[in-house]
Design a protein around this ligand. Structure first.
Ligand SMILES: Nc1ncnc2c1ncn2[C@@H]1O[C@H](COP(=O)(O)OP(=O)(O)OP(=O)(O)O)[C@@H](O)[C@H]1O
Ligand SMILES: [Mg+2]
Length: 267
């Protein structure tokens, strides 16, 4: 703010070009039992990108479908981009766990998009062609995502990044591809869950490059002791004073993933 004096006695305040209005951050509830408590009772910052990591069968797809279904019940349109599982299988699995996905798809609150043919590379081809094919398929995929996630969509899930990562075996190209992808999603200003595989589930796990670009990281781990409770950790969430401790969770028939914020887990 700059003060301008008028005839030595009176002054007015005018905004300078550098001044920016600080906008209050808005949040959306995840709708997952226990998760919003770990996010200070607020949920995800609107327009944020969260990386949801876990080993096979830990419940990533289930949680992401709950996120869309609970959002739809609150009036948010959602989009699910499937890169490695058929839509019939997704609907059947949701039904098995007791998530009412089909009705929300029929009422057009949720769009299921089968993008698996875009990223699948068939047959044996040379490295040169493979690379070109991976780049062009990623460009087509991003166009498809941008089209599907246009307003009024408010929630987006991409299941999973692992399929894209596999297409770029060269680390520098993989980084460029993921960076471009995350930048494109950020421009959409849609609250996003990016699912991916976690091979080393130990405490000292390797960090993926894209985690540094995302706003949040949630890790779901199977319990090595073999009992039914698994471990759920919100490792990072920019803009939220989140609980970073590991908590137990389980998949409950009738509701899906349920996290226990008042209990602590060991892994
Ligand atoms: N009705 C049910 N009640 C409890 N658990 C269930 C039920 N149906 C499936 N599950 C469990 O849900 C898990 C699968 O969940 P989901 O497909 O969401 O996992 P995922 O992490 O996405 O797996 P993937 O890595 O294969 O994509 C399985 O481990 C299965 O044991
Ligand atoms: Mg899955």
């Amino acid at each position: 703010m700059k003060r301008i004096w008028l005839r030595r006695k009176w002054s007015v305040e005018v905004s300078t070009a550098q001044e920016k209005k600080v906008r209050k951050r808005e949040f959306i509830l995840s709708g997952i039992r226990g998760l919003d408590e770990l996010l200070h009772g607020k949920g995800f910052p609107k327009g944020s990108i969260t990386y949801l990591l876990g080993g096979p069968g830990t419940g990533k797809t289930t949680l992401s479908l709950q996120y869309l279904c609970e959002g739809a019940k609150m009036g948010d349109n959602g989009v699910f981009i499937s890169l490695d599982e058929g839509l019939d299988s997704i609907l059947e699995n949701a039904d098995e766990v007791g998530i009412d996905l089909e009705n929300l798809v029929n009422s057009k609150m949720i769009s299921l998009v089968d993008a698996s043919p875009i990223v699948s590379v068939e047959g044996e081809i040379s490295a040169q062609r493979y690379r070109r094919s991976a780049e062009s398929s990623l460009a087509i995929l991003m166009d498809r995502i941008a089209y599907s996630a246009r307003p009024p969509a408010k929630r987006l899930v991409i299941d999973s990044l692992a399929t894209i990562v596999l297409q770029f075996p060269e680390p520098s190209e993989r980084r460029m591809a993921l960076k471009g992808m995350i930048e494109t999603i950020r421009e959409l200003k849609i609250t996003t869950l990016l699912l991916s595989e976690l091979s080393n589930t130990g405490k000292d796990r390797d960090y993926n490059y894209e985690e540094f670009l995302a706003d949040g990281t949630i890790v779901m781990r199977a319990n090595s002791a073999g009992n039914t409770l698994q471990t759920f950790t919100v490792e990072k969430m920019r803009g939220v004073e989140n609980d970073k401790r590991p908590h137990p969770y389980k998949i409950v028939k009738g509701s899906g993933v349920e996290v226990f914020p008042n209990e602590l887990a060991e892994f």
